[in-house]
Design a protein around this ligand. Structure first.
Ligand code: PMV
Length: 296
């Protein structure tokens, strides 16, 4: 069996593609996969076979090629909504790579490194130029700091974080959203760098707040990061409404998470827990769920 977590990006999505640091955390929901050698390679997701020639089938071929394992049949159960910024694609990649390696080469060397390389090959079929933050987070399942030039390391948390997650808008294409942000960088590079620097500085402050357990400050920083994503055109009316409802229900901060343009927002709950935020969303037709990011 291979398992991997979904993720939420707490700070720094998109900026991370342009070399800035980001902070992301594994969520409790994820993907579990099992694999066995077979006469032909097949991937099944939630009990359905993946169609030959589809992007997912090509990604599976790329993953098997990177692992240099023979024909394999893999079944994966995906407990995360897809295409809404919760890292489902990277989590499938990591879980499938783990299951394939376990079935072909359980005592092989460099299992971790090979898992990440195979996930990168898988992700490139969908995103062309993934920063790697999703794969690192799916791989560790913990709260990490990630920078393209440095890779990832775990961030020590002073206390657990309770996060409410709301898929408030239809799925969006990460590739298109990343391209839209890249166009902004070409149109006005000075302005783009200004926003990039502002987001980097929010990431540094957020890392401090996570270390000291200053959740009010963390929430304030999330709101500020959200405003930068709004400047880059990544929010939508539904995402704005879900953020406002969360803040009205006592969230310490709320923001778009992941690629934006659709998908999810996250809200940081205070001492009272995420229940009131989830109730407020449900009263307006938004169905969210919560996750706890463990300090240990
Ligand atoms: O997987 P998504 O849709 O949550 O987006 C990943 C985060 C981005 O920063 C937008 C892209 C990337 O490669 O880091």
């Amino acid at each position: 069996m291979g398992h991997a977590s979904g993720k939420v990006i707490l700070f720094g999505e998109h900026a991370v593609v342009h070399g800035s640091p980001a902070i992301a955390a594994g969520i409790e929901r994820g993907v579990t996969a099992s694999a066995s050698a077979s006469v032909s390679s097949e991937l099944w997701l939630n009990g359905l076979p993946i169609e030959r020639g589809s992007d997912t089938a090509l990604a599976y071929e790329a993953l098997l090629e990177a692992l240099q394992c023979g024909a394999t049949r893999t079944h994966a159960e995906v407990d995360i909504p897809m295409g809404v910024g919760l890292g489902a694609s990277a989590a499938i990649g990591v879980a499938v790579a783990r299951a394939v390696l376990e079935s072909h080469d359980p005592n092989g060397r460099d299992i971790g490194k090979r898992t990440l390389l195979a996930t990168d090959a898988w992700e490139k079929v969908f995103h062309q130029n993934p920063s790697g933050v999703d794969a690192a987070c799916a791989f560790t399942g913990r709260c990490i700091r990630f920078k393209k030039s440095e890779g990832w390391h775990r961030i020590p948390l002073h206390s657990d974080l309770d996060i409410a997650i709301c898929p408030a808008a239809p799925p969006s294409s990460t590739k298109q959203m990343v391209e839209a942000v890249a166009r902004r960088s070409q149109q006005d590079s000075v302005e783009f760098r200004r926003v990039l620097l502002a987001i980097s500085s929010l990431v540094e402050s957020a890392q401090q707040a996570l270390g000291t357990g200053d959740l009010r400050e963390l929430g304030r920083l999330m709101d500020l990061n959200h405003l930068k994503l709004v400047e880059w055109g990544l929010s939508t009316p539904a995402l704005e409404q879900a953020c406002s409802l969360a803040r009205e229900a006592g969230a310490l901060g709320a923001k778009v998470t992941g690629a934006g343009g659709g998908g999810c927002i996250i809200a940081l709950s205070g001492d009272q827990g995420p229940g009131e935020i989830l109730r407020r969303w449900a009263a307006h037709g938004f169905h969210g769920f919560s996750t706890r990011v463990q300090a240990q």
